[in-house]
Design a protein around this ligand. Structure first.
Ligand SMILES: *Cc1c(COP(=O)(O)O)cnc(C)c1O
Length: 359
């Protein structure tokens, strides 16, 4: 893809940008530019451009607005010790977006075009990459069906969009364990559904359960499988890991209903290479409850690009609760988190070639 470059005339001045970067929050403010490209059944991908960040003009009968034919991604650019910037495994996100697109009957964007778009936007808006500890530039690629008409069928017209947003830590404040609500009424995904695809519909389906979690005083909801209602799947937007008393790391195996996280994969690799035993298998919610009570499970944490690694303390359900740990992040959680962020922020060797410098 060749990008037509149209720099922004109305760029935010350095002073307001510095003010925004001082406390960016998550997903609230956006950089000066965005990337757009179009696809048509007859002509393929075309009309790629880097342009000023601006609202879209869309026909109200566009397919995505009605039938949710869309897929998205999330990855980050990290400030490096030498002042440069690196993306983390962008090809993984490119391939996952292609997988999501296949599931949603959307056209695939070639991996090299996805990566080139991420590089170009990051390079153009590099002043927006924070240099404060734990902060980063969050990139949000998106593919939406924009064929006009209410017929239900795969759209013959699609748009690719890429926007960027400076991000502080996803969960604000010091690293404290979060609490989870085990929903027994709602499921996020079922085998054969869209659980392994990163799509807005999955998030829409999770919101009522997330609200139920908050009504019960919990930070996030955790979902079990949609068939037997007993195997732990994941949170609405992050994967989950358990640490056993012998140091083993356990995470639910990818069943097709669980989103294959890039962070999940990185942590499993880092843990294995540090000599830790790693198990990908089904985890019964009773194993969690009883394991925490007996001491067999010593730590639980959530992982994802936005969440990084976040310790999980309390699991609450209708009728009871258990709390892993003593209210502070456990040693294995802390060790894996440090290894991951040292790699992302260029403070550790990168034997896997995961850092993707944006020159
Ligand atoms: C994005 C996402 C994750 C985490 O994936 P990462 O690649 O690690 O960011 C986990 N679960 C769901 C449902 C997600 O959408």
């Amino acid at each position: 893809m060749q990008f037509d470059v149209q720099p922004s005339g109305g760029m935010v001045d350095a002073e307001s940008r510095a003010a925004s970067l001082a406390a960016p929050g998550f997903g609230r403010i956006f950089t000066d530019h965005m990337i757009t490209a179009r696809w048509r059944e007859d002509s393929g991908w075309h009309d790629a451009r880097l342009e000023p960040y601006a609202p879209l003009v869309m026909d109200p009968a566009s397919a995505v607005l009605h039938y949710s034919q869309s897929a998205f991604e999330g990855l980050k650019a990290y400030r490096q010790p030498d002042g440069g910037v690196a993306l983390f495994r962008p090809e993984r996100n490119a391939r996952r977006l292609a997988d999501s697109c296949r599931r949603l009957a959307l056209p695939e964007l070639p991996v090299e075009d996805f990566v080139a778009a991420c590089e170009m936007l990051t390079r153009t808006d590099v002043e927006w990459v924070p240099d404060t500890e734990g902060a980063s530039l969050y990139l949000r690629p998106l593919i939406i069906a924009d064929e006009v008409g209410l017929m239900v069928r795969p759209s013959a017209s699609v748009r690719f969009l890429l926007i960027a947003s400076p991000a502080g830590s996803y969960f604000s404040g010091p690293l404290r364990p979060i609490s989870l609500w085990l929903t027994q009424e709602y499921v996020r995904a079922v085998p054969g559904g869209t659980g392994a695809a990163k799509c807005g519909g999955n998030y829409a389906a999770s919101l009522v359960a997330q609200r139920e979690a908050m009504d019960h005083g919990c930070d996030q909801v955790v979902f079990v499988d949609g068939v037997e209602h007993r195997w732990v799947d994941e949170l609405a937007g992050s994967n989950i890991c358990f640490v056993l008393d012998d140091g083993t790391l356990v995470t639910p195996e990818l069943t097709g209903a669980i989103l294959p996280g890039v962070t999940r994969d990185a942590i499993l690799t880092l843990a294995r290479d540090a000599g830790r035993k790693v198990e990908e298998r089904r985890v019964d919610v009773d194993e969690w409850r009883e394991g925490v009570r007996s001491g067999r499970i010593t730590e639980v944490f959530a992982c994802g690009t936005a969440a990084v690694i976040t310790p999980i303390g309390t699991l609450k359900w209708a009728g009871g609760e258990v709390t892993a740990g003593d209210g502070s992040p456990g040693p294995v959680t802390t060790e894996l988190r440090q290894a991951l962020i040292d790699l992302q922020y260029g403070r550790a060797d990168d034997p896997y070639g995961w850092r993707h410098p944006v020159g």
